[in-house]
Design a protein around this ligand. Structure first.
Ligand code: 5GP
Ligand code: ZN
Length: 119
C-alpha cells in the first residue's frame, strides 16, 4: 500500500530504528538526521516517516506531508544557525540527478558558500 514501510529500504530502517542515525529532529510525520557523508558543515536529511520513492510521488499522494518536510527543513536550518547566511533544500529525483536512496528525502545544506547553478 502507498506509504507503507518497505523491508528493503534504508531510510525506512532509520525511521524504525533498525539502523542508527544521528537524529536532530523528529515529528509525528518526519525524521531529520545528519547525512553520513556530509557535503557541507550542515548536511541534514529530512524524510517523511511514510515511504514514497521520491518527492514527486510524495507530493502526488500526500501534499501536506511535503509541507511538513519543508517546515522541518527550515527548523533544522534555524537550529544549525544557517538560516541567516542561507541554505539550500534539494530533492534529487531520479538516478540521473544523483538519487541513490529511493525514499523521498530533502537535503538541507548550509554553512558554506553554495554555487549556483549546482553541478
Ligand atoms: P541521494 O543521493 O539519494 O539524494 O541522497 C542519499 C543520501 O543518503 C546521501 O547523501 C548519502 O550520503 C546518505 N546516506 C546513505 N546511507 C546513509 C546512512 O546509512 N545513514 C545516513 N545518515 N545517511 C546515509
Ligand atoms: Zn522507505
Amino acid at each position: 500500500m502507498a506509504g507503507e514501510p518497505q523491508a528493503d529500504c534504508l531510510f525506512c530502517k532509520i525511521v524504525s530504528g533498525d539502523i542508527p542515525a544521528t537524529i536532530v529532529r523528529e515529528t509525528d510525520t518526519t525524521v531529520a538526521f545528519r547525512d553520513i557523508n556530509p557535503q557541507a558543515p550542515t548536511h541534514v536529511l529530512v524524510i517523511p516517516r511514510a515511504h514514497y520513492p521520491d518527492a514527486a510521488a510524495l507530493a502526488t499522494a500526500e501534499p501536506g506531508l511535503v509541507a511538513d518536510v519543508l517546515r522541518e527543513a527550515a527548523e533544522v536550518a534555524a537550529e544549525d544557525k544557517v538560516d541567516g547566511t542561507g541554505y539550500r533544500v534539494v530533492f534529487n529525483t531520479g538516478a540521473g540527478a544523483g538519487q541513490t536512496v529511493f525514499h523521498a528525502h530533502a537535503h538541507v545544506l548550509g554553512g558554506r558558500g553554495l554555487e549556483w547553478p549546482p553541478g
